[in-house]
Design a protein around this ligand. Structure first.
Ligand SMILES: Cc1cc2nc3c(=O)[nH]c(=O)nc-3n(C[C@H](O)[C@H](O)[C@H](O)COP(=O)(O)O)c2cc1C
Length: 154
């Protein structure tokens, strides 16, 4: 299966998760590309508009993983705005992850994943997995868990 792992990552954490996931999905025999949503400058947490400098083409993939950081207790605005403008996800499996700094999932993790889920489902996608990675000392264990779980979803 051709899987696109598409992330927005301001400081590299979500990108690191995406690269680990790519490795694991490749081991499972999938064709996997990791792509970055990029914007000019930095977006304010609740930005209503951004200037995209790279807009990955989600329609090129049979299945998708979207990942992004939590900003201000919710989904980073560039990922929200990116997802809102992608093509239909009809008949596609979708997995989602958020990375965050604060310990508890209610400090933005649940909101970020929930927002991605809502947009993807509205576009016809079937959300088959979600994970939240807190960027603390235990993160490598959590990243391993995420890659293991996501590697059997597709
Ligand atoms: C502007 C800004 C706002 C943030 N707000 C939150 C927050 O509300 N809750 C949280 O847990 N982490 C928050 N963080 C931490 C990031 O979510 C965390 O460092 C994340 O892993 C960064 O991912 P990235 O390197 O892919 O950009 C915030 C970081 C930034 C820069």
């Amino acid at each position: 299966m051709k899987i696109g792992v598409i992330v927005y990552s301001q400081t590299g954490n979500s990108w690191e998760v995406a690269q680990n996931l790519q490795e694991k999905l490749l081991e499972q025999g999938h064709e996997v590309e990791v792509e970055k949503v990029e914007i000019a400058g930095e977006a304010a947490p609740r930005a209503k508009d951004v200037t995209f400098t790279n807009i990955p083409d989600s329609s090129a993939y049979d299945a998708l993983v979207f990942g992004a950081p939590v900003h201000a207790f919710s989904l980073a605005a560039p990922m929200k705005l990116y997802l809102e403008q992608i093509d239909s996800l009809q008949d596609k499996k979708v997995a989602l992850f958020a990375t965050k700094g604060l310990k508890f999932n209610w400090t933005g993790g649940n909101q970020a994943v929930g927002k991605m889920k809502k947009i993807c489902q509205a576009k016809g996608g079937t959300v088959v997995g979600t994970e939240i990675v807190v960027w603390n000392k235990a993160r490598n264990k959590k990243i391993d868990e995420l890659t293991r779980k996501f590697s059997v979803l597709f």
